[in-house]
Design a protein around this ligand. Structure first.
Ligand SMILES: Nc1ncnc2c1ncn2[C@@H]1O[C@H](COP(=O)(O)OP(=O)(O)OP(=O)(O)O)[C@@H](O)[C@H]1O
Length: 592
């Protein structure tokens, strides 16, 4: 039990650094809480006097006591106001800072982590988890202290009023605490499970919305509903388990409320009958027991929340404890003669077992174009993931302008590359904002130029709102080819010396494909280009073509050399022009 409490406390303690900047308001809350607790007890003391003065007929003392009580009631109101305001204030600020930190941390998590964890789960931690923390900081953290102080003060005053009666009542307290602890013990486990179920629900909702273009045409709604029902059922069972535990704690509260009163009226009544206790003392004692029972009833609830907050904090720290991308490294000046990038005997595996890239070596001289081709799954995109620093090389070395990629600052090396990925992502803003992509000091001429090179200028100009056209969520209002050309324009606008293009022209119509190829041609005149090509027509002009097969370089050379070899590249070429035999291709002059 002690271990569990210790671990709950250790979890909740990790929230304290976030409270530090708001210690003034935490102190106000603590002070007002202590004053409130003392005020409650002092009012009871005055109540004792009030009754006794009424019974003895001491009018002066009666009036004095009533005025004093009035003052303390006003004092109590002010203390209450301060208590609410201060807790509202520091909890809101703390949660804002935590959300900020969490979102900042998520933005810096390695892509390897984000590729293997569901975004819905992360969103749930950010929303649901944070709401629980807010609730805990606002109501429970200091609430525990208030009830604890009032409880102690109650016992002290009770002992002062009648120690025998107090001792009788104290006998039942340990029984209550043992019961409360037994009931509370598993709550942290249940609440942590509940958090995971909530996260799973968010994930499915997110998948359903994101995958709507697959779900509808494939009639997957029923399957999704089934999956959602299963997750909802789990959520329901987990919520029920938590509620059951809470209800058991509630039952302990009811016991806590009735037992002391029964014992008090039984024994206290006898004390008054035999003249061992005053009437004022009896009234005050009754009020003190009321407070005692209130606090004992409230404490398990607060302790519950403490356990829940511990579970939620652990859940949040699972993300916050994840190491972020490295920030070390240098920012080198670029040599004009060094190759733009170079792979030296690079071997890479995602899981530490299966080699996805095996001993890959190639160099991209500045101003040249290298195309990487190969069957699906041969490791082409992995080359880009290593170059963009999404994953770290395990064997061999990647050099960027003659400096090892691992010695570059990630932010600096990324500045040298404009990356167009296979999956185009557009922000739900205007076309202009999507092309400028976070830049603030740009001219419209730069945007027009980028759009022109990407061959999207005419399409944009024909839209009623031109560059101010809102593209909709994920660019839903545009065609696939338009989206891709806008993302190429974005990369051109970035104006980095290296252009990484994972082109996906295979999904496009011939007109879009031709426009993109023309655009790639224009880019290759200005930049060092590494292109992953899914259509071989894109690679014909490349200075070097690397054919990957199962993570190894199967062939390399230019288009003409590779066709002459009649090897893997030739086979890929033939496959693309499916159905054509060698003689026909020769007749058409497409192969030597
Ligand atoms: N994050 C990952 N974790 C584990 N394995 C991965 C990951 N990403 C890719 N792979 C695996 O690595 C292999 C190479 O993938 P990669 O995406 O590099 O291939 P590709 O040649 O670009 O394929 P395509 O032409 O279909 O885009 C595949 O077997 C793939 O399943």
């Amino acid at each position: 039990m002690r271990e569990l409490r210790k671990s709950s406390y250790a979890s909740v303690r990790r929230l304290f650094p976030y409270l530090k900047p708001y210690r003034f308001w935490v102190m106000v809350r603590l002070l007002s809480t202590v004053l409130n607790a003392v005020n409650d007890i002092y009012l009871v003391y005055l109540l004792n006097q009030l009754v006794d003065f009424s019974l003895t007929g001491d009018k002066d003392q009666l009036l004095k006591t009533i005025s004093l009580m009035g003052c303390f009631v006003v004092f109590g109101i002010i203390a209450n106001l301060l208590e609410s305001y201060s807790s509202g204030r520091f909890s809101a600020y703390t949660v804002r800072d935590m959300k900020d930190k969490l979102s900042d941390h998520m933005n810096r998590l390695p892509v390897s982590y984000l590729e293997t964890h569901h975004s819905g789960d992360l969103v749930s931690r950010m929303t649901n988890g944070m709401n629980s923390i807010h609730d805990f900081l606002k109501n429970d953290l200091v609430g525990i202290l208030f009830h604890f102080i009032r409880l102690i003060l109650c016992v002290i005053v009770m002992l002062f009023l009648n120690w025998q009666l107090t001792l009788y009542i104290m006998i039942i307290l340990p029984i209550m605490f043992i019961l409360t602890n037994i009931v509370n013990r598993p709550l942290i486990k249940y609440s942590s499970k509940l958090q995971q179920s909530i996260a799973a629900t968010y994930s499915i909702v997110q998948d359903t919305l994101n995958g709507i273009h697959v779900i509808r045409p494939y009639n997957l709604i029923r399957a999704i509903e089934k999956k959602f029902d299963a997750v909802l059922h789990r959520l329901f069972t987990d919520s029920l388990a938590v509620e059951k535990k809470k209800a058991m704690t509630g039952a302990v509260n009811v016991l806590a409320k009735t037992w002391p009163f029964l014992i008090f009226f039984l024994i206290g009544g006898y004390f008054v009958i035999y003249g061992d206790f005053t009437a004022g003392g009896l009234v005050a004692f009754a009020q003190l027991i009321n407070f005692l029972v209130q606090s004992l009833g409230a404490l398990p609830g607060h302790i519950n929340k403490f356990s829940i907050a511990a579970g939620v904090t652990d859940h949040l720290y699972e993300v916050l404890d994840e190491p972020t991308e490295r920030t070390n490294g240098s920012d080198y000046t670029i040599s004009k003669t060094a190759p733009a990038l170079e792979f030296r005997d690079v071997t890479f595996s995602y899981d530490g077992n299966t080699k996805i890239l095996d001993n890959i070596s190639f160099a991209l001289p500045q101003g040249k174009t290298i195309a990487i081709v190969g069957p699906s799954g041969s490791g082409k995109s992995t080359i880009f993931k290593l170059l963009t620093g999404f994953y770290e090389v395990q064997e061999g070395d990647i050099k960027l302008f003659d400096h090892s990629l691992s010695s570059w600052k990630l932010s600096s090396s990324r500045k040298l590359m404009s990356f167009v990925s296979q999956e185009t992502f557009l922000f739900p803003n205007s076309i202009e904002e999507n092309i400028a992509c976070g830049k603030t000091d740009y001219s419209m001429d730069e945007v027009y130029r980028a759009a022109k090179i990407a061959n999207i200028d005419q399409a944009i100009e024909s839209m009623p709102d031109g560059y101010q056209t809102l593209v909709g969520e994920r660019g839903g209002k545009l065609s696939g080819g338009q989206k891709q050309r806008i993302s190429i324009a974005r990369a051109i606008m970035n104006n980095a010396p290296i252009f990484l293009l994972d082109e996906a022209t295979s999904a496009l119509d011939t007109e879009s494909e031709a426009l993109i190829q023309e655009s790639i041609h224009k880019i290759s005149l200005e930049k060092s280009v590494l292109i992953i090509a899914h259509r071989l027509s894109t690679v014909v002009e490349a200075d070097e073509i690397i054919v990957l097969d199962k993570g190894k370089i199967a062939e390399r050379g230019n288009h003409k050399q590779l066709l002459e070899k009649k090897g893997a590249y030739f086979q890929l070429f033939k496959k693309e022009l499916l159905g054509e035999d060698d003689d026909l291709l020769q007749l058409r002059g497409e192969v030597p």
